[in-house]
Design a protein around this ligand. Structure first.
Ligand code: NAP
Length: 520
């Protein structure tokens, strides 16, 4: 039997009482560790976090808590090699893909540590300036933000066991709110190990960070009115979370990051072989293959003028052909596995569904696996589909409705010189996390970007002058908002210090100016 990972609740490490669920290597098929959460005293765990963790964290100032984040980032940095090994084994990722998760998580934590330092030695935050309520300036209203007196429950997706933890935990802990993280079972090992390293280093007060690995049963039932829940995962599970009585009856604040059919758009004015054209090819190929396409932000739909459909298809296919797929331990391999057999099958099913309304422009099955048994390894080559022409783009609905969570994208041509057509097609995605726009005319880029903001949480504009600088369509930077309207879940995360608002309560204090100046 493999090791059964412990849960950390009530300030202690506790094993579940069942046999556990096995976590596997998606390339070799071997069992790695087991997780189990049966028999845990969840009411006591949540109460401990709220009472012990919450009061100890709130007793500190923002600057002091920022220093704890900084210390935690150092501990994680020191143990980075172990996280890379776990990620290769459990997520089947090559080093560059592991970096997106592991280093991305540590960077985000470090960034919040720096931002938090600037908030100073205070216990609450001002929200705006005082507003006069009466004729005389003596009576005014001042809004303040104070940390919520509850726990933050994180229910996370399998694709970012590190980043998914720290991008949520950093703003929560900086706000003074204890966290309980429930990682997706399939890849819970990395989350558990990172929490273990930070807890064992004794950085945060007891009860600040808890981790529960295994079934989600009963977690939502523990929530009380001042708790918050932040969920990342599929739209189906999101619907369950939203309709849970804790949310509908107790007003537990909820943030949802769900699935998304993100877009890349090449502006009408671009010609074949222009710098912007080449930048689009490069970025789309990268987005399709990084983490085997298992990024919520990955480009799924690629909008190009109809007359550039063939050249873009050829350019992308030429680039994708170079992607070596297989065992991430082999140095020639650029793309590893998807996370497990269920995801492998889901990608295959999703592809079949899309193919009924699209042609195959680059077939992932052409990629022979390197150092991996095709019958065992959950590895797939990248597949590019296409809707053929602008009429086909209008007729297809599946490409706008379906997120295939793997190395798959669809080329969707729009009518030449008709940006409005492209924008209408993009909006059929019903709200996405991110769209990228490629072009060389700054005025046209600005106009298109603004028109995409109503349906996207982030618009990433790539012009030749920022070719070497831009941070990547799919990379979520802590300084920028992450989340999107509509089917993307309607959530908001990160965005610098904006992220702290989710973990604070806003109240207006109406009082004499003499009282309000006491808050300075
Ligand atoms: P999922 O199946 O919905 O699972 C997400 C989490 O919810 C897991 O921790 C899961 O636990 C838990 N869960 C399942 N049923 C639950 C229930 N009834 N009550 C409470 N929790 C429950 O999603 P996934 O397959 O892990 O993730 C893939 C999806 O996430 C994709 O659609 C992707 O687009 C999306 N995603 C979005 C973002 C974003 O930031 N917007 C980021 C990453 C991924 P178990 O693992 O134990 O079942």
């Amino acid at each position: 039997m493999t090791e059964l990972l412990s849960n950390h609740i009530g300030g202690q490490w506790q094993a579940g009482q069942g046999a556990g669920t096995a976590l596997h290597d998606p390339v070799l098929g071997t069992e790695l560790v087991r997780v189990d959460a049966t028999g845990l005293d969840l009411p006591a765990a949540f109460a401990f976090a709220r009472q012990q963790g919450g009061s100890a964290l709130r007793a500190l100032t923002y600057r002091q808590r920022a220093a704890l984040l900084s210390a935690a980032a150092k501990v994680l940095q020191a143990n980075r090699d172990a996280y890379y090994d776990i990620s290769t084994a459990n997520s089947g990722t090559v080093k560059n893909d592991t970096a997106v998760d592991v280093d991305g998580g540590i960077y985000t934590l470090g960034t919040y540590a720096k931002m938090g330092e600037g908030l100073g030695d205070v216990h609450f935050l001002h929200d705006g300036e005082p507003a006069r309520l009466a004729k005389d300036i003596l009576f005014q209203s001042q809004h303040v933000l104070t940390p919520t007196r509850g726990v933050a429950l994180f229910i996370n997706a399998f694709n970012f066991p590190s980043w998914g933890l720290w991008e949520k935990a950093a703003p929560a802990l900086l706000s003074g709110v204890p966290v309980i993280v429930k990682p997706a079972t399939t890849t819970a090992w990395l989350t558990q190990r990172m929490v273990k390293d930070v807890v064992d280093a004794g950085i945060f007060p007891a009860g600040s960070i808890s981790v529960i690995c295994g079934s989600s049963a009963g977690l939502m039932d523990q929530l009380e009115p001042f708790d918050v829940v932040s969920f990342t995962g599929s739209a189906e599970t999101a619907a369950i979370i939203r309709s849970h009585p804790s949310v509908t009856r107790k007003s537990v604040r909820v943030n949802i990051e769900a699935d998304s059919v993100n877009s890349a758009l090449l502006l009408p004015s671009e010609a074949k072989g222009s710098e912007a054209f080449d930048l689009l090819i490069k970025e789309v190929a990268r987005e399709m293959t990084v983490k085997s396409g298992q990024k919520c932000t990955a480009i799924r739909r690629v909008f190009v003028p109809e007359s550039l459909y063939d050249p873009v298809a050829q350019g992308l296919s030429a680039r994708l052909t170079k992607t070596t797929v297989g065992n991430p331990r082999h140095e020639s391999v650029r793309m590893g596995a998807v996370v497990n057999r269920a995801q492998f099958n889901a990608v295959r099913e999703g592809l079949a569904y899309l193919k009924s309304q699209a042609n195959v422009l680059h077939d992932g099955d052409m990629h022979a696996l390197v150092d991996a048994d095709a019958a065992l390894a959950c590895c797939l080559g990248p597949t590019l589909l296409g809707t053929g022409d602008a009429v086909g783009s209008d007729a297809a609905d599946r490409v706008h409705d379906t997120e295939v969570f793997g190395p798959v994208a669809t080329l969707v041509p729009y009518r030449d010189n008709d940006l409005e057509h492209a924008l209408r097609l993009i909006r059929r995605g019903q709200g996405s996390l991110v769209a990228s726009v490629f072009g060389s005319d700054h005025a046209a880029l600005a106009k298109a970007a603004l028109q995409l903001t109503d349906s996207h949480g982030r618009v990433h504009v790539i012009s030749p002058d920022v070719a070497a600088l831009h941070t990547g369509h799919g990379n979520v930077m802590p300084q920028s908002l992450h989340g999107g309207p509509g089917r993307a879940g309607g959530g908001e995360e990160l965005g610098g210090l904006r992220a702290l608002q989710f973990y604070h309560r806003r109240a207006a204090i109406q009082a004499s100016t003499a009282v309000l100046t006491q808050f300075k």
